[in-house]
Design a binder for this molecule. Structure first.
Ligand SMILES: *Cc1c(COP(=O)(O)O)cnc(C)c1O
Length: 400
C-alpha cells in the first residue's frame, strides 16, 4: 500500500501524521496519463510531432523565439555550453550554491569553472564577485536562479556583455518567474530548464534550452543528435540516405511520450505557481517573528517562482547545530533537505581544480545554516500547518 506521497505504508501502520512530507514532489493527473498513453498508441515514440509541439508551446509560454527540448536539465546545460563554443582553456564563471550539473556542463566540454561567491541574503551569484573573476579567458557567466528567484540579470549583463561575454541562465528552479517584468527564459542569451519530477513541471527526465538566437538553437538541435546536421536541401541534392556529422554531439533526444506529459503539465503551470507562491507567503508570515530562523530575501523587481523555500538558522539563537535541527524535523515527519553543498567543496572539484574552503566564504557560511522546507503544489493547507508547527516546535525546544 502506498502512502499519500508514494512512501510505502504498512497496513495498520502509523497514522498519516507520521508520514514524511517530502521537500518536493510531482503532481500528475488523469489528463497527463491520457496524454502519455495516446502517444504510446501512436506511430512516433521519439523524434516525432510531440517534440516540436512541446518546444513551440514552451517557447510561447516564456516568450522566447526558440526552444530546444533535450533529455535532461543537465543535457540542456551541456548543449548550451557547446553552442557557445566553450572548450579547453576557456573559463566560465559559475556560483557554487547550486546542483553540480551547473558546473559539470563546463567540464564536459573541457572548460574550467571559476567559482564566484553568492549574495548572503539571496544566495544568488554576486555580480561584484563575478566581475572580480573575469579574465581574458572568460567565455560565459552561468547565472543560477537559486530557489526560483531570478538573478540580477541587469547587473550581470552590464559586467559581461561589454566584454562580449554571454550570460547563460540555469533556470532549472525558476520556470514561471520574472525579473522586472521580463520572463525567465528570456533573461540569458541561453536559458536551461529541467523537467525532473521535483521541478515545476515534469516529463520524468527532460530539459529545454530557450534562446532568441536561431544559430545557437540550430547548433543545439544538432548537438542533441550526435552532431548530425539536418540540412534537408543537402540531403535532397546528395540522395535521401545522405547525412553528415559536423561536430561531436550526443544522444540527448527526448521521447514523444515525455513531451506529451510535459505539454499536459505545462497547462497547469499557472495554477501551480499560484499555489507555490501561496505556500511561500504562509511560511513568510509564520516565520516572520522567529529569532532562530530567517527566510532568504527576495530582490526588488524579482518575481519568484518558489522552487525551494529555504530558511537560514541563527546559530546564536540555538543550542543545537543544523544537523540536530535537521534530524528533529525529519523525526517530526518533515522531509527537510539541504540545497546545496557548495560545488567547489566536492572532492572531484578539489582534486581536479584545486578548489576548497575559503574560495567562496559567503556560500560556505550559508551552507552551514540552510534548510529547505517542503514546497510543492499538491501540499494541502494541513500539510503547510504541520510544517509550520514542527518548525516552531523544534526551534523552541532547541532555543539557546
Ligand atoms: C535539477 C537541476 C539541474 C539538472 O537537471 P536534471 O534534469 O536533473 O539533469 C541543473 N541545475 C539545477 C540548478 C537544478 O536544480
Amino acid at each position: 500500500m502506498q502512502g499519500r506521497w508514494g512512501f510505502p505504508r504498512r497496513r495498520g501502520g502509523p497514522p498519516d501524521r507520521h508520514i514524511v512530507i517530502p521537500y518536493g514532489k510531482q503532481f500528475l493527473d488523469e489528463a497527463d496519463v491520457e496524454a502519455v498513453v495516446e502517444v504510446l498508441r501512436s506511430d512516433w515514440l521519439t523524434t516525432g510531432p510531440k517534440v516540436g509541439e512541446f518546444e513551440r508551446a514552451f517557447a510561447e509560454s516564456v516568450g522566447a523565439r526558440e526552444a530546444v527540448a533535450v533529455s535532461s536539465g543537465t543535457a540542456a546545460l551541456h548543449a548550451a555550453v557547446f553552442a557557445l563554443g566553450i572548450g579547453p582553456g576557456d573559463e566560465v564563471i559559475v556560483p557554487p550554491m547550486t546542483f553540480a550539473a551547473s558546473a559539470n556542463c563546463v567540464v564536459y566540454q573541457g572548460g574550467t569553472p571559476v567559482f564566484a561567491d553568492v549574495c548572503p541574503e539571496t544566495l544568488l551569484i554576486d555580480p561584484a564577485s563575478a566581475a572580480s573573476k573575469i579574465t581574458e579567458r572568460t567565455r560565459a557567466v552561468i547565472a543560477v536562479d537559486f530557489a526560483g528567484q531570478p538573478c540580477d540579470y541587469d547587473a550581470l549583463r552590464a559586467i559581461a556583455e561589454p566584454r562580449g561575454i554571454p550570460v547563460l541562465a540555469d533556470a532549472c528552479h525558476s520556470l514561471g518567474g520574472a525579473d522586472k517584468g521580463r520572463p525567465v527564459g528570456t533573461l540569458g542569451r541561453l536559458n536551461a530548464f529541467s523537467f525532473h519530477p521535483v521541478k515545476h513541471i515534469t516529463s520524468g527526465e527532460g530539459g529545454m534550452v530557450t534562446t532568441d538566437d536561431p544559430d545557437l538553437a540550430g547548433r543545439m538541435r544538432s548537438f542533441r543528435n550526435h552532431g548530425i546536421s539536418a540540412d534537408f536541401r543537402q540531403r535532397d541534392r546528395q540522395g535521401s540516405w545522405f547525412y553528415e556529422m559536423t561536430a561531436l554531439g550526443y544522444n540527448y533526444r527526448i521521447t514523444d511520450f515525455q513531451c506529451a506529459l510535459a505539454l499536459s503539465q505545462l497547462r497547469k503551470l499557472p495554477q501551480w505557481l499560484a499555489r507555490r507562491r501561496e505556500i511561500a507567503r504562509r511560511y513568510d508570515e509564520a516565520f516572520a517573528g522567529l529569532a532562530a530562523a530567517r527566510p532568504l530575501a527576495v530582490r526588488a523587481g524579482a518575481s519568484h517562482a518558489w522552487h525551494l523555500y529555504v530558511i537560514r538558522l541563527e546559530p546564536a539563537a540555538l543550542r543545537t547545530g543544523r544537523a540536530g535541527i535537521f534530524g528533529a524535523l525529519r523525526a517530526e515527519g518533515i522531509g527537510v533537505n539541504v540545497h546545496y553543498i557548495p560545488v567547489h567543496l566536492h572532492p572531484y572539484y578539489r582534486e581536479r581544480f584545486g578548489t576548497g574552503p575559503g574560495l567562496c566564504p559567503d556560500a560556505e557560511a550559508a551552507y552551514e545554516r540552510i534548510l529547505s522546507l517542503p514546497l510543492f503544489p499538491r501540499m494541502s493547507d494541513d500539510d503547510v500547518h504541520r510544517v509550520v508547527a514542527a518548525v516552531r516546535k523544534v526551534l523552541e525546544a532547541n532555543a539557546a
